[in-house]
Design a protein around this ligand. Structure first.
Ligand code: ZN
Length: 449
């Protein structure tokens, strides 16, 4: 035992010694942002013209009068010119790796994991440059990209990774080809499983192993498939996935690591069972009835909703029908969630259509159907950040996110205009987001001379 520990310590020290210096040019210790009107992530109007001092990765002070920089510091200055300073955007349902490749690229037998991961890393960078400073990844091999970003070797948002999606055989995360057989019955482990996209896990034992394996690699929450899906060809929407006991096994594994399970589910039966098992977040839920949504409100279960696009005309007829059914339910889901004060989250859930990613910001505009611009912005900043506390000690970014207030992480966007008066501004980040800061570091600044 002692020998093993010594060996582990040695390997750790060797790894630390071998790690390169953090960054060639250290970020400025302080940034003073002058003359901005603030949308703080919670309110429904902008502040009076204000000054914001960022020190390190944190908002140190906010004032309507000029702020004296800390003694000895020569802060970089950003002249806000009366523009709007707001929190970085949060997308609560992404698949960093799967959104960057087509299904054909992923199932190509010649595809290497390195190539698939590299496309994911590039997409992560683009997400940040669209103003998304934090994303929750709901499945896929994202751990490496997250580590590279956090260590400064790559550029991208803060990522809350789930790791491999946990699915039953025949479930929404069973990504085998139609003719492929189960590894338990004459088949071999599937490509998706080997690359870390999914675990096909049946029974309490396998579900426990799958959840624990993800936790071991750094999952901040466990993603389980609890019912049929619209994007997949082989599981009808109406099916319920995982027995109560299997679902409880996932919840037990997550809770023993002081974090939570979130499930993919649309229907009443799937969601009711998940809630009974102790699941804390429901992804989707567009086919729920009012009773179930009210129950979620009473129990404090989060609803992570998306306003999805119709399937492309090239998709199979069954997929298009399923997608249409889900879209039809979206209106009720948003309205009942508002009525019963369900903790709402918003995300895009783009998959396998790389050119769709440039619509990540435009997707926010769909919220105008149910919310005022201020409410929509609150949802994609402050409200979206509320789920991260559920990760407890597994939360890699335990400071405040989604708000502009003293002590919060300095994840900020400077918008050329007033997004509360004109929400459309957030749909064109290349033009309208003139400064993007994450963790106190400026990643975009078009105001520089
Ligand atoms: Zn998804």
């Amino acid at each position: 035992m002692t020998r093993i520990c010594t060996l582990a310590a040695f390997l750790l020290l060797a790894a630390l010694a071998g790690s390169p210096a953090r960054a060639e040019t250290p970020a400025p210790a302080a940034v003073l942002i002058e003359n901005v009107r603030i949308f703080d992530g919670k309110g429904d109007k902008l502040s009076a013209p204000s000054y914001v001092l960022v020190v390190g990765n944190t908002i140190k002070s906010i004032s309507t009068s000029p702020i004296a920089p800390p003694a000895g510091a020569a802060p970089a200055r950003i002249a806000g010119g009366g523009r709007t300073l707001m929190p970085g955007l949060i997308d609560n349902h992404v698949h960093v790796v799967m959104t960057a490749s087509t299904q054909a690229q992923m199932s190509d037998p010649k595809a290497t994991f390195a190539a698939i991961e590299a496309r994911g890393a590039e997409e992560a960078k683009q997400m940040l440059l669209r103003g998304f400073t934090t994303v929750r990844d709901l499945g896929g091999p994202t751990f490496g990209i997250k580590r590279a970003i956090d260590s400064g070797k790559a550029i991208g948002p803060r990522i809350y990774p789930s790791g491999a999606m946990v699915s039953q055989t025949s479930g929404h995360g069973d990504t085998r080809l139609p003719t492929e057989r189960s590894r338990r019955f004459f088949g071999k482990p599937s490509n998706g499983e080997e690359m870390g996209f999914n675990f096909i896990a049946d029974g309490r034992d396998e579900v426990l192993t799958a959840a624990r394996e993800n936790l071991r690699f750094g999952a901040t929450q466990i993603k389980v498939m609890a019912g049929g899906g619209a994007a997949s060809a082989y599981d009808p929407l109406d099916v319920t996935q995982y027995t109560l006991d299997e679902m409880k096994a996932a919840v037990e594994a997550a809770e023993d690591w002081n974090t939570y399970v979130t499930v993919h589910a649309y229907t009443v039966r799937a969601v009711q069972r998940a809630i009974a098992a102790g699941v804390k977040v429901i992804e989707h839920g567009q086919l729920l009835d009012e009773t179930t949504i009210r129950l979620m409100g009473e129990k404090g279960v989060f609803l992570s909703l998306q306003a999805l696009d119709p399937a492309p005309p090239t998709a199979p007829e069954t997929t298009r029908q399923k997608k249409a059914q889900v879209i039809e339910g979206t209106d009720n889901a948003f309205n009942w969630a508002k009525k019963h004060k369900v903790k709402l989250l918003w995300g895009t859930d783009f998959l396998f259509v790389p050119e769709q990613n440039r619509n990540q910001n435009k997707d926010i505009l769909k919220l105008k159907r149910w919310f005022t611009p201020a409410e929509a912005l609150k949802l994609v900043t402050h409200d979206n950040a509320q789920v991260f506390a559920l990760s407890g000690p597994r939360n890699p970014y335990p400071g405040k996110l989604g708000v502009v207030e003293e002590g919060a992480y300095a994840d900020l966007i400077l918008v050329d205009g007033d997004p509360i008066a004109n929400l459309d501004l957030v749909a064109d980040p290349a033009k309208n987001f003139v400064v993007i800061m994450k963790d106190g570091k400026v990643h975009k600044n078009t105001l520089r001379p």
